[in-house]
Design a binder for this molecule. Sequence first.
Ligand SMILES: [Zn+2]
Ligand SMILES: [Zn+2]
Length: 262
Amino acid sequence: MNVRVLGCHGSGQLVSGENGPVQCGTCGFLVNDQLLVDAGTVGSRLYLEEQRRIRVVLLTHAHFDHIRELPTLADNLVGEIQDPIVIAAIPEVLDELHRHIFNGTVYPDFFRLPDPAKPLFVSRALPPGQETRLCGLGVTPIPVNHVVPTVGFLLREETSTVLFSGDTYHTDALWQAAGEVDGLQAAFIESSFPDEMAELARVAKHLTPALLAEEFAKIARPELPVYAYHLKPRFRAQIRQELGRLGIRHLTALEEGQTLVL
Ligand SMILES: [Zn+2]
Ligand SMILES: [Zn+2]
């Protein structure tokens, strides 16, 4: 499975990195060139021909940082593709998308445009806890513990599976399901705030590095590669330092532009 990191932060910001400026973008992961996990960063980081290849967009939840470039994608692709793009999520997330974004006020309804008989986007409601085949992958959404309805995903390609946590606080079902998977290759786990902001993390239902370690331990696979993401750019350096001190053997803080073969 090929995972290209278009954006992996909890907000958008230009920050100073060790090797010069880093343009942090919100979450968007392009899998095998065809399936996008969250649409925080897509239109602004891909050439048009790359955007044309996207067939499915999976959404973990409807928070703006995870859907903000869906309107951009629609604008770029209208009139450019033959078959509609499938927007796949649990029913609550699809409902929020229709009501609050593609409602003809905030943005045109591309689930009916340019032609109701041949729209740009079609919805696909995913049953939680069950695997659905999309783009040759087995996609299993598992509800997690965030302030709005949210899932993490298990993505399976033949015998290889990767986990995306979504935005979450303490949770159990996702880690339990991951622990039962043969061929688990990697876990992408959110880590939004530094440890000293644990109270804000509790209220906003996010993880800190210390909480990530607690959650990761629930998978009971200490050798598993872990990619921390959704770092808030303001605290990026501090969070990365704290992640480095956790002692998790194969833990990496994800960066924009990385491509992982898993
Ligand atoms: Zn988020
Ligand atoms: Zn969120």
